[in-house]
Write a protein that binds this ligand. Sequence first.
Ligand code: B1M
Length: 238
Amino acid sequence: MSDETQNHEDDEEEIILSELETDELVEQMHDDLYNGLKEEIIEGTNILLERGWGPDKVLADALVEGMRIVGIDFRDGILFVPEVLMAANAMKGGMAILRPLLAETGAETVGKMVIGTVKGDIHDIGKNLVSMMMEGAGFEVIDIGINNPVENYLEAIEEHKPDILGMSALLTTTMPYMKVVIDTLKEQGMRDDYIVLVGGAPLNEEFGQAIGADAYCRDAAVAVETAKAKVAEKRAAR
Ligand code: B1M
């Protein structure tokens, strides 16, 4: 090990989160999220709460802002799936502490999404990544898993009343099923009650439009940005 590496490691070991000024701590948490350090994120979240920060501020300034940076670097090809999964997992550590506190304050969540992979399709890695990034951005996510017939989507939106219905498909043979779900929503007069976002490797913009979705999302970072924008639009229109 070179001296430089040794010094760098020594530097890293010396950081004691509770001794940092609050603004330094928040910056350190952005770095820790980026590096997928769950224990540090849990510790940092608790310290900020002890210092009197409200859970909404911890969520927005420390966690969501950190994940926003992760999302940008993922979009730009600087970070890859394994790193993003680790960051999202670290974020979950902080979220687990904040979620009950946020519920107590009755603060309006960023939004709620039901998401699932369509009938006939068992691919879920991309969907899980989208779920985690959405949670990282402060959304409440109800993940109904894989191989979902239209009835499962209807049941979930009836029960959870989300802002967004998200669908994932990885096969050219299963992607047309998204249209079945959207058409059923139309038939039941519910289409306009939900923002419908679709994604998956074989899809594209034109397909999203052709089946009547509100947007096609190329990746998890785009899903987060699109979801935020569409929910804000919908709330402003209300
Ligand atoms: Co499958 N498979 N697979 N497979 N598999 C593909 C999709 C395939 C392209 C491989 C190939 O042939 N090159 C091919 C599809 C060909 C086609 O349809 N034209 C294929 C096939 C054929 C099959 C089987 C039929 C193979 C067989 O049994 N003969 C079979 C089908 C099973 C079924 O579903 N009924 C099958 C099975 C499997 C495994 C079980 C082995 C495994 C899945 C494990 C799992 O998911 N738990 C698997 C895998 C891993 C793949 C590949 C290699 C990787 C998929 C993946 O996880 N990508 C895949 C090849 C490929 O895509 N390169 C392949 C990483 C992931 C992060 O990306 O899922 O694209 P992705 O998600 C992205 C975006 O698309 C977007 O955001 C995500 C994150 O950035 N996104 C959304 C996705 N969903 C979204 C939803 C949203 C928004 C954005 O909602 C709002």
